[in-house]
Design a protein around this ligand. Structure first.
Ligand code: SF4
Length: 365
């Protein structure tokens, strides 16, 4: 697990749980989750999407279980998925038992909308404990318990936390402790407040999420802002970035947030300048083409793409590999040394060649 950088508070101490092979809690690295968008009954489509998520670096995947037909195929998906599968259950307690029997690694339950949930807690706790399955108590602003909505008038941070803490206490009364909690809201400020309160109320591992965060651009910013605040305070053990975009994008954003905070090893990092009136090349296109050409590279590599000689040589020297452009040419730097100067038209291909060569030397691509 990477060392928490000094600029961040130490991880908040939590109890430790397992989601299949993945540990969740302060003794484990912060995991990245996403959720499939295929109908779960489309077994091949769902497994294909899980494979893509796995390749993108997703640690844990959640699948929706809105009907008996979905519950019926869970055993195939749980068995064939390369990463632990969480069944996402709303409304129907009987699907929780089906998911546990199917071999899912964990089940997400929503105390706001599972009918007769409270009366079922003892039985759910026993089934989960017997099978070694963990749970997530997933409170969501959009489906908050009606009693709490009436009490607070709207899904405030306090209302979300009260729902979660109440549900947690029911499981704990039945001596079941293997669960994490989420209190999601679409407003990063309310969400942040809720998680802070929840973090202070118990030692549960916390699953961070800004729910319904919006399309990719807005959702990325909202999630990065809220997660940045909470992770800097040591709060958060697993994260899911919710985007109205393909789930692989959620994983890329989640990993990038963790890498930006040095909570995960940085992989490919493009250091490119914003360009300005001094630029002697088209920096946007150059940065985009280099990013595209190196996509999927998993080595820790810092590549500088700089538009002119002001900061260009300096940044390029600091990177593993870089280009400082000027006068229709690019000076290519590797580990601080200029190795060649190429015409502008050859900058991209040269950088990609050199990046691959360095990756090969590092022995893992
Ligand atoms: Fe402008 Fe050069 Fe700085 Fe890029 S490196 S922003 S082109 S001064």
């Amino acid at each position: 697990m990477p060392k928490v950088p000094e600029v961040l508070a130490p991880r908040r101490k939590t109890r430790q749980i397992k989601v299949g092979s993945i540990g969740v809690g302060s003794n484990s690295q912060i995991s990245v989750q996403s959720m499939t968008t295929t109908p779960t009954t489309d077994i091949n489509g769902t497994l294909q999407q899980i494979a893509e998520l796995t390749a993108a670096g997703c640690d844990i995947v959640r699948v929706a279980v809105p009907s008996q037909d979905d519950a019926d195929v869970l055993h195939i998906i749980a068995k064939k998925s390369q990463i632990p599968v969480i069944a996402d259950i709303h409304f129907q307690p009987r699907y929780i038992y089906a998911a546990i029997d199917a071999g899912c690694a964990a089940v997400r339950v929503n105390p706001g909308n599972i009918r007769q949930f409270d009366g079922n807690v003892g039985q759910i706790a026993k089934a989960a404990k017997d099978a070694g399955v963990s749970l997530r108590i997933g409170v969501n602003a959009g489906s908050l318990d009606r009693r709490l909505l009436q009490k607070y008038g709207k899904p405030t941070a306090e209302a979300l936390v009260e729902s979660a803490v109440w549900e947690a206490s029911l499981f704990e009364e039945h001596d079941f402790h293997d669960f994490k909690i989420s209190v999601k809201h679409n407003d990063p400020i309310v969400m942040t407040k809720a998680y802070r309160q929840l973090a202070a109320a118990g030692d549960w591992p916390l699953h961070l999420g800004v729910t319904e965060a919006g399309p990719a651009f807005q959702g990325t910013i909202k999630s990065a802002t809220a997660f940045g605040i909470l992770l800097s305070e040591g709060i958060g053990d697993t994260i899911r970035v919710s985007l109205s975009a393909p789930p692989v994008e959620e994983v890329k954003v989640g990993l990038q947030i963790l890498q930006s905070l040095n909570l995960r090893e940085r992989k490919l990092e493009i250091v490119s300048c914003p360009s300005c009136g001094r630029a002697q090349v088209d920096v946007y296109t150059l940065a985009e083409e280099v990013t595209k050409g190196l996509e999927g590279m998993t080595v820790p590599l810092r590549v500088a793409v700089m538009g002119c000689v002001v900061n260009g040589p300096g940044e390029a020297r600091e990177a593993d590999l870089g280009v400082a452009s000027g006068n229709g040419k690019g000076q290519i730097f590797v580990k601080g040394e200029v190795i060649k100067t190429v015409p502008e038209s050859e900058i991209v291909v040269t950088l990609i060649e050199e990046a691959n060569r360095i990756a090969d030397e590092m022995g893992h691509e």
